[in-house]
Design a protein around this ligand. Structure first.
Ligand SMILES: *Cc1c(COP(=O)(O)O)cnc(C)c1O
Length: 377
């Protein structure tokens, strides 16, 4: 790639850096024992990156298990040639149980009554049993070994895994670290009980991204990294003291046109931008329908043009947005603006954009819209 990327002919697009993704895979694998496999989270269109491209690259890199949020996402992966295990982490309606069987998708057991419904479907279904160790979201309570043993014995369920989710593994506070250890201990106690009573136990997994970096002693048969594989932390301050990762995604858009404003003239909806002198405004062909948060304008956001920062001004529209390019020479229609990623020596990260919008990078990325083209570079 040269410059800011003219690889794509569209109005706005996402570039995925294959090398960065593979580097993150290497970084994470290097932290884990040989016996632990990756089960990357490619839900929500691989956090907005494009699940077909990301899962395809990961499969080429030897990854044989994935997790998604829902059955439709699982079917989408199968349709584009993903062969390994695909675990659905969330709710699948009873009417879709046939889809699970047809596409060989593994379903999370959400609670005991849900297990009974899965079993009643009548055909063999692959499941991983979710265990609630204190998050109180999904899973059978870790204090109910009897229920879990009953699920493991259900005749139509093939239980390939047993897992829990740590809900405060991203926190360094002593209190949260104690809580996280309690969650893990409850999970191991349960697994021990199952092994004792049945002679064996399904495959175990506990860790998502922050867990891998903070509690790698809990890496068992699988880990479920999401955000770290995409090369960013959820919040800016989380980088401190952690390994550096390589951002996979860049978000780019074309300059549609450039306008000159005189002092006192306004731009955009609600006349939200007021020129306080001679101003040059570039109109970018990307908007909130593409996933650019509308609050970015108020959060001090900017984009990069020719290696320089251009502040976002006025209100972000559905399909367009305005940036002030008064300080940048020669900006013209057809130029490429970088909203996330690098331009010469400057970089804007998804985490930085998230900070300006009071959210985490996960939300910014996963909301990037279906209208954006996605290419691997
Ligand atoms: C989304 C999700 C993950 C991945 O989380 P990251 O923090 O992005 O690594 C792992 N496990 C479960 C149950 C999830 O819902």
């Amino acid at each position: 790639m040269t410059g800011d990327g003219t690889a794509h002919a569209g109005r706005a697009w996402i570039e995925l850096d294959r090398k960065a993704l593979l580097e993150n895979v290497r970084t994470i694998r290097a932290m884990l024992p040989q016996s632990c496999s990756l089960m990357p989270a490619v839900k929500a269109n691989a956090y907005g990156h494009g699940s077909d491209l990301i899962a395809g690259e990961l499969q080429k890199a030897g990854v044989q298990a994935f997790c998604v949020a829902c059955a439709a996402e699982g079917v989408g992966l199968r349709r584009c040639g993903i062969l390994g295990e695909i675990l659905i982490l969330g709710y699948t309606d009873e009417k879709e149980f046939g889809t699970l069987a047809r596409w060989r998708l593994s379903q999370t057991v959400l609670d005991f009554s849900y297990a009974k419904r899965l079993n009643r479907y009548g055909k063999k279904l692959h499941v991983h049993v979710g265990v609630d160790t204190g998050m109180h979201r999904l899973g059978i309570g870790s204090g109910n070994p009897e229920e879990i043993l009953e699920v493991l014995g259900m005749e139509n369920l093939q239980a390939d895994g047993l897992f829990t989710h740590l809900c405060a593994a991203d926190s360094d506070s002593a209190e949260d670290r104690t809580f996280t250890r309690k969650q893990a201990e409850a999970f191991y106690r349960l697994a021990g009980e199952i092994r004792k009573r049945r002679g064996s136990c399904p495959k175990l997994h506990l860790l998502s991204s922050y867990g891998i970096f903070g509690y790698r002693e809990y890496a068992e048969d699988y880990v479920r990294p999401g955000i770290a594989l995409y090369g960013v932390w959820s919040r800016g301050e989380d980088q401190k003291g952690r390994k550096s990762l390589c951002p996979v995604l860049s978000l780019k858009a074309r300059v549609a046109c450039v306008k000159s404003l005189h002092a006192g003239e306004t731009a955009g909806y609600g006349r939200a931008f007021l020129a306080d002198g001679e101003r040059k405004i570039a109109v970018l062909s990307i908007g909130y329908a593409d996933g650019v948060p509308r609050c970015l304008a108020d959060g001090g956001g900017s984009v990069l043009l020719a290696g320089k920062k251009a502040p976002v001004v006025g209100r972000i529209c559905m399909d367009q947005m305005l940036v002030d390019v008064s300080g940048i020479d020669g900006v013209k229609s057809g130029d490429t603006a970088v909203l996330i990623g690098r331009s010469q020596a400057e970089e804007i990260t998804a985490t930085e954009m998230a900070g300006q919008c009071n959210t985490i990078s996960n939300e910014i990325l996963s909301r990037l819209g279906s209208r954006l083209a996605r290419i691997v570079v």
